[in-house]
Design a protein around this ligand. Structure first.
Ligand code: SF4
Length: 429
């Protein structure tokens, strides 16, 4: 979502005359669009500001803006702690960035804009063309979350669930496709909770997008198991452009830990959702997120997670040791022994990697459908992705970016498949 927001921040600042530069010391303004999900996010922002400060020691000070979830969480604290920062803007206020910069230029007073103006934000953004011209483009449809998992800051930094207007989203999708997008990834912190005017759900969006000419692939992320409703599951049967790959975080395989996390579902419920998905589309594959060493996790709870992984066979996943986020209920809990957590994480990652490898191995000597996204710098090699989001690097001197192609896979490593272009006539899985 930060990538989508960063692109929109650029669209908004370009209206008041700013352009991107790749030469750091030339910049008149830095916007650090931050994410609070990762560990030590706040400290990383101060480190980055420190680097800017050093680079500009003997130069005119640039305007320094911190936007995003760290700005929201830290607010005035940031302006107090680091006087080099001129402005903090929360993720639901960034649509005002142009006016705020002009204001700052006039008054030279520090600005803290961290209101939750999500309705106003999307009304404003709708009037600004989305200039993204990537083959695979993000499109935010929903923001915020009402689930309040005990480890997560999103409900505090992005606010309650909000769904954008159906028409706005379809307009933006059509614009993206006319700008060259061939894949659209619908985004939301809780994307499958999308519900506009109690009439349009995520399934309505997918069915409508499925009819857009020239759009070849549809994906959405990130979903909560509780919101995997029948109408959405049925899209995997009916909409040929919806890719048979779903990122569905579970976080732990232990019912006890899921309860401690306030996840609002248990292991059985999660497995039932996966089974329903496989029933409507046997090709569907799942990836997930895992937190290891959540406060209260015992060896038995951890083994439940390993069992679940073996049962589902996730094809890729993100896994981390629990790290407390200030202000969340889990932050006040006693953390587990770090050494033990590290051992558990290593074991989990080995099992996950094994499934990922087994999955990649299946592609060997097979033709594979790839959406070609770009050419690699200074090489006769191209980059694309399979239906399952696996990166593919392949050789050819003749292919077209944006087309679906058959690539014969000849080798693989942990993250990528490698091969050569066969034809643009897609006949492969
Ligand atoms: S559902 Fe996702 S975004 Fe919402 S609180 Fe839980 S982890 Fe955070």
């Amino acid at each position: 979502m930060n990538e989508y927001d960063s692109n929109r921040i650029y669209d908004l600042t370009s209206i008041i005359g700013y352009n991107k530069t790749y030469i750091k010391k030339e910049a008149d303004c830095f916007v650090l669009n931050t994410c609070h999900i990762r560990k030590k996010a706040t400290e990383k922002v101060y480190d980055e500001i420190g680097r800017v400060k050093k680079d500009f020691k003997n130069l005119k000070k640039p305007l320094v803006v911190v936007s995003g979830c760290v700005a929201q969480a830290e607010s005035n604290e940031m302006l107090k702690r680091e006087p080099y920062i001129d402005m903090v803007i929360g993720p639901q206020s960034f649509h005002k960035i142009g006016d705020l910069i002009l204001d700052y230029q006039r008054k030279k007073e520090k600005i803290n804009e961290t209101e939750f103006d999500v309705v106003e934000k999307f009304d404003r953004l709708q009037k600004i063309p989305n200039l993204q011209n990537k083959i695979s483009s993000y499109l935010t449809v929903q923001e915020g979350c009402d689930k309040f998992c005990h480890f997560c800051v999103v409900p505090y930094t992005r606010g309650p669930e909000y769904s954008r207007s159906f028409e706005q989203i379809i307009n933006e999708a059509e614009n993206l496709v006319s700008n060259g997008a061939r894949e659209i990834i619908l985004l939301g912190q809780n994307v499958n909770a999308y519900n506009y005017n109690k009439k349009y759900k995520l399934s309505s969006l997918i069915r409508k997008l499925n009819n857009i000419n020239n759009l070849k692939r549809i994906r959405f992320t990130t979903s909560h198991p509780k919101d995997m409703t029948k109408d959405l599951i049925d899209c995997y049967r009916d909409c040929e452009k919806l890719m048979p790959f779903l990122h569905l975080p579970i976080q732990s395989g232990s019912n006890k830990v899921l309860k401690l996390m306030n996840r609002k579902h248990d292991q059985k419920y999660y497995i039932a959702v996966v089974e329903k998905l496989k029933k409507v589309n046997k090709d569907i594959k799942i990836s997930s997120d895992f937190i290891v060493g959540y406060p209260g996790e015992t060896e038995k709870d951890f083994e439940d997670t390993i069992e679940l992984v073996k049962k589902i066979g996730f094809i890729s996943s993100y896994s981390f040791i629990f790290s407390p986020r200030p202000g969340t209920p889990a932050a006040a809990k006693k953390t587990n022994n770090l050494e033990q957590n590290e051992k558990r994480l290593k074991k989990l990652q080995d099992v996950l990697e094994n499934f990922q490898n087994e999955n990649n191995k299946k592609y060997l000597q097979q033709n594979c459908e790839v959406l070609i996204e770009n050419k690699l710098d200074n090489q006769e090699k191209y980059f694309g992705r399979t239906k399952y989001m696996t990166s593919v690097i392949f050789e050819t001197d003749n292919c077209k970016i944006g087309e679906l192609a058959n690539v014969k896979i000849t080798s693989f490593n942990k993250k990528n498949l490698f091969g050569f272009y066969k034809t643009n006539k897609v006949e492969a899985a």
